[in-house]
Each structure stands twice: as structure tokens, then as C-alpha cells.
Write a protein that binds this ligand. Structure first.
Ligand code: ADP
Length: 365
């Protein structure tokens, strides 16, 4: 690579790394009858320009609250929200360079589709021709050209949600916040919309911050996933990082089906779980440190009962299309397996686990 090429590459990576939203040391507690609830705890997050970021976690983990402090509907008790390096604490929601799309489409029922999309532009008092051009561009983007005069209630749920997205995007926000926007749609439509949203985001280059509790949705769409639990960010990474290198047992369990059990890291590369010692690829733990062991269902090798590292009895087998899902009982433990090999219910099988498939994780509180 020439010096010039290297320079261009560095420049390109710098352009890519422009931070739009930073959240610094954010804490937020809600008061409730039962005492107070911590919705955000020590949240630190940098979101880059043009990034598709999914905030993923179970219900009540603080995802919506995180969006609300960016949108300006809630304020952190402590900490800051910066927009392109500037503190936006005193900027009211309608003046922030963000728009929000909610699960409920909240379109205006008394206006036709055209007027719903044009609403924000009319408030800004843009010239008529410009409004017309922008509304038509948006209808094209969401594949609903020709729907200008339709009434809101004559549209399907999926179409209404596309109009809600068009109505937000027409204002050209720097950041689009999406709070479970596909939650009310059925599975097939949701999957179609996931691909469409990703296409729109790539075309427009706008930063999307997308909240979901659906791990598959997050894995499908994101450049970056932020996994939250109980107000705390558990891990931030690419979908591949999160899936292949979960930071702790919570992430491993939430992001896919996993076998999680207690273990002891005897020394580097040596772990005890399921009453025996295994070779692993991890090091750097305290001698005899208690840890969590995670094994993905697809990572077991089925061998003859007497040859396996573990021996168990098949309790159930369900055909899942690509693989069989099996429940295997071994010494009062239950293991979930995904395998393309079939084993009879009640048969005895052996299970092998390769060192690289044993994931060792620090215990979290
Ligand atoms: P999520 O979007 O992940 O479901 P939320 O951010 O809505 O989570 O909520 C985080 C926590 O804060 C939950 O325990 C929720 O019950 C609580 N909470 C949210 N909004 C309020 C509120 N206005 N008053 C009191 N508690 C709230």
C-alpha cells in the first residue's frame, strides 16, 4: 500500500468515526409507589454517524428510557447527552435534530397520507413545490407511490408504519429513533420491513437508533448492538461479536439459546463443570475462580454413549427444519442440543465438547 493509499484509508476511517450522539455517565431513577426504579445506571455510549444501532434487552431494562433522554422526553438525573459534541440538555425535543417513530403509528386520522407526511414541512413553512417534491420522494422511498389521497384507516398496519417512517424521515433528522416500530406487525411483514428499513437507512446514511427486545431483529439489521439489562449496558459490539463472544452469561442467554452452568477455572486452559475437567482456550482467571460456562446448543458433538466426555439420555426430539432440537438429561442436568444427527428418544448418547466451544465468562452480579 502506498503512503497516499494509507492516508486515504485513515481519512475514510476517520470520516466513518464521526460521533453524533454521546451519552456520558447517565443515571436515571423513576420514583414509583414501591420505591424508586433505576432505569439507567452509568450508561456510556457513543453512536457514530450513519450507524444502524440496536438497543436490545428484555422488557423493563431501560431501552425506551435511553431513547427518551436522546429525544428530550426524559432527563438524566446525572450525566450528559451530547449531540456532535454539544450538550443538548437545554434544547427542547422539537428543536433536537432527531425524530422518533413509535410502535403505535400515531398518524393523524383526519388527514390523508399526503398531509400526514407534509405535516412537519408545513410547520417549517417550506414552499409548496418543495413540500410536494419531498413528500413524493418519501412515498417512493417507502414504496407507497400513488397513496397520496388515501385515508389512514384504509391502509394496513405495515403500510401505516411505513407512512409513520416517511413522516419522520421527511424532516431529514440527523438521527432517527425507533422504539419497537415493528412490534405490532406479524412475523412475515416484520421480516420484510426489517430489510426495507435497512435499505432506507443505507440509502439515506442517517443514523438509526432502534430499540427492540427481539434478538433476531437486532442481529438482522444492526451494524452495532447494545445489550442492556437492568439499566446497565452489558455489551456493545457487532452482531458477530455479540453472538460469538458474549461478554457474560446474560448476553449469551439473551442472544441465543444456551446451556449455562456454574464452573470453576482451575488454572489457565483448565475448567471444571458437569463434575469433570475439560480443556478450554481461556486464561487469565484467578486460580479456582468461580465462573459461568456457556455452551451453545449447536456446539455438541454426538458420539457413542461410552465414548463421550458426557453421557446422557435423550428426553425429547423436535424437528426444527434445519436441525433437531434435543433435550438430553445427564446426571440430573438438562442440556439443549441442536444437531443434524437424529437420536431416538430414551436412547443413550455421548457428548463431546471441543475446547474452543467452551465459553468461560466472569460471574456478574
Ligand atoms: P424498556 O423500554 O426496556 O421496556 P423502560 O425504559 O420503559 O424499559 O423502563 C425501565 C424501567 O423503568 C422499568 O422498570 C419501568 O417499569 C420503569 N419506568 C419506565 N417509565 C417509568 C415512569 N414514567 N415512572 C416510573 N417507572 C417507570
Amino acid at each position: 500500500m502506498s503512503d497516499r493509499q494509507r492516508e486515504v484509508k485513515v481519512m475514510a476511517s476517520e470520516i466513518k468515526r464521526e460521533t453524533v450522539v454521546s451519552i456520558k455517565d447517565a443515571y436515571l431513577r423513576y420514583a414509583s409507589e414501591k420505591g424508586s426504579v433505576t432505569a439507567l445506571e452509568n450508561v456510556n455510549l457513543e453512536i457514530e454517524k450513519g450507524e444502524f444501532i440496536c438497543v436490545l434487552g428484555p422488557s423493563g431494562c431501560g431501552k425506551s428510557t435511553l431513547l427518551k433522554i436522546i429525544a428530550g422526553f426524559e432527563f438524566a438525573d446525572d450525566g450528559k447527552v451530547l449531540f456532535q459534541g454539544k450538550d443538548i440538555n437545554d434544547i427542547p425535543p422539537y428543536e433536537r435534530p432527531v425524530n422518533t417513530v413509535f410502535q403505535k403509528y400515531a398518524l393523524f386520522p383526519h388527514m390523508n397520507i399526503y398531509e400526514n407526511i407534509a405535516f412537519g414541512l408545513r410547520i417549517k413553512k417550506l414552499p409548496k413545490e418543495e413540500i410536494d417534491r419531498k413528500v413524493k420522494e418519501m412515498l417512493k422511498l417507502v414504496a407507497l407511490e400513488g397513496y397520496e389521497n388515501r385515508k389512514v384507516d384504509s391502509l394496513s398496519g405495515g403500510q401505516q408504519q411505513r407512512i409513520a417512517i416517511a413522516r419522520a424521515l421527511v424532516n431529514e433528522p440527523k438521527v432517527l429513533l425507533l422504539d419497537e416500530p415493528l412490534g405490532a406487525l406479524d412475523l412475515k411483514l416484520r421480516q420484510e420491513m426489517q430489510i426495507e428499513l435497512k435499505r432506507m437507512q443505507q440509502k439515506l446514511g442517517i443514523t438509526f437508533i432502534f430499540v427492540t427486545h427481539d434478538q433476531e431483529e437486532a442481529l438482522t439489521m444492526s451494524d452495532t448492538i447494545v445489550v442492556m439489562n437492568k439499566g446497565l449496558i452489558q455489551q456493545k459490539g457487532t452482531p458477530e461479536d455479540i453472538y460469538n463472544e458474549p461478554a457474560n452469561a446474560f448476553v449469551a442467554d439473551f442472544i441465543g439459546e444456551s446451556n449455562i452452568l456454574d464452573g470453576v477455572m482451575v488454572e489457565d486452559f483448565k475448567v471444571i463443570f458437569a463434575d469433570r475437567e475439560f480443556e478450554c482456550v481461556d486464561k487469565g482467571f484467578e486460580p479456582n475462580e468461580e465462573i459461568d460456562v456457556v455452551i451453545r446448543p449447536e456446539d455438541f458433538k454426538i458420539v457413542k454413549a461410552e465414548e463421550g466426555m458426557l453421557k446422557g439420555t435423550v428426553k425429547s426430539v423436535i424437528f426444527k427444519g434445519v436441525h433437531y432440537e434435543m433435550v438430553v438429561e445427564e446426571n440430573n442436568r438438562t442440556w439443549i442440543l441442536h444437531n443434524i444427527k437424529f437420536a431416538e428418544v430414551d436412547s443413550e448418547i455421548g457428548l463431546d465438547i471441543y475446547p474452543e466451544d467452551i465459553h468461560i465468562m466472569k460471574k456478574v452480579r
